[in-house]
Design a protein around this ligand. Structure first.
Ligand code: DHB
Ligand code: FE
Length: 277
């Protein structure tokens, strides 16, 4: 690298952060008298995490909640929470109301997820995009735990709100998600005495021009892991109960043959201050 190029990339922010990170880690090594054996085990652990594609999982499990907390502190509108490692760009673009991409024999119960997208001033936002993803009823994410050839973009879509800001999508009730136990992240959680579960959740990234994007998750109230998420990403205002529907008239109206659930959640986006300035 030429020195001109080196100068370009050495920003004051990078210097500040790297100098402090380096000093913090060196202090840590001295404070705990880290041995060569521990150093080599750390290298082997990180190498395995890299080889198994778990670096995003590892960092998201242990650090992302704190980045969300710091970078979104004091932000108005719907509470944010972590994106996690399972977002995939390029999901199909659908108009509300819609049925998400699914398999012919998609397991579990149907869930109608709906609500309104608004700005913090209360105005409904038509044409907002609710970029949605979730694990299936067996706790598996498409592209990661379900073969892409079997079901591309299963239970993923970018759903555009209608001119009243309303969105509605038919999906399937997710189950709790277990961090893979066989990989280095799962082994570390176990060695630390923790459990590898996340409570059932729906992921969204909601966007509209002129508003700050909202990345968050909606959690299901009665989940056994709701108070002990391994990632620590649950916030009270994001927990919702589902309503069960089993009347013949409702099933007929939806064209469904067994009871289904509904969940209504409104998303509130702050104005994009960076763009307004
Ligand atoms: C993480 C987030 C998720 O949504 C998930 O399903 C698994 C892991 C995470 O932040 O590590
Ligand atoms: Fe998730």
């Amino acid at each position: 690298m030429s020195s001109a190029k080196a100068k370009e990339t050495r920003t004051p922010r990078l210097n500040e952060l790297f100098d402090d990170l380096s000093a913090t880690l060196k202090d840590f090594i001295r404070k705990h008298h880290v041995t060569y054996e521990e150093y080599h085990r750390t290298l082997a652990f990180l190498t395995e995490a890299g080889e198994k594609g778990e670096i995003p999982l590892l960092l998201d499990v242990f650090l992302e909640v704190t980045v969300d907390d710091v970078d979104h502190s004091g932000r108005p509108g719907t509470a944010t929470t972590v994106e996690g490692p399972y977002y995939v760009a390029g999901a199909p673009e659908l108009k509300s109301p819609c049925v998400l991409p699914h398999r012919a024999n998609e397991p579990g119960d149907v869930l109608i997820f709906s609500g309104t997208v608004r700005g913090t001033d209360g105005a409904a936002l038509g044409g907002a995009v609710v970029d949605f993803w979730q694990a299936d009823a067996e706790g598996r994410y498409s592209h990661f735990n379900i073969a892409t050839a079997e079901a591309p973009f299963n239970l993923r879509a970018k759903v555009a709100s209608d001119h009243h800001g309303h969105y509605e999508m038919q999906t399937w009730v997710p189950s709790a998600y277990e961090i893979p136990k066989s990989g280095p992240t799962g082994m570390l959680i176990k060695a630390l005495g923790g459990h590898p579960w996340r409570p059932a959740h729906l992921h969204v990234r909601v966007t509209h021009p002129g508003f700050a994007p909202l990345t968050t998750q909606v959690f299901l109230k009665d989940d056994p892991w709701i108070d002990s998420d391994v990632v620590g990403a649950v916030k009270q205002s994001l927990i919702m109960g589902m309503t069960r529907h089993d009347s013949a008239a409702e099933l007929k109206k939806r064209g469904l043959s067994k009871p289904f659930f509904t969940l209504d959640y409104d998303f509130v986006l702050p104005h994009d201050m960076a763009k307004a300035a």
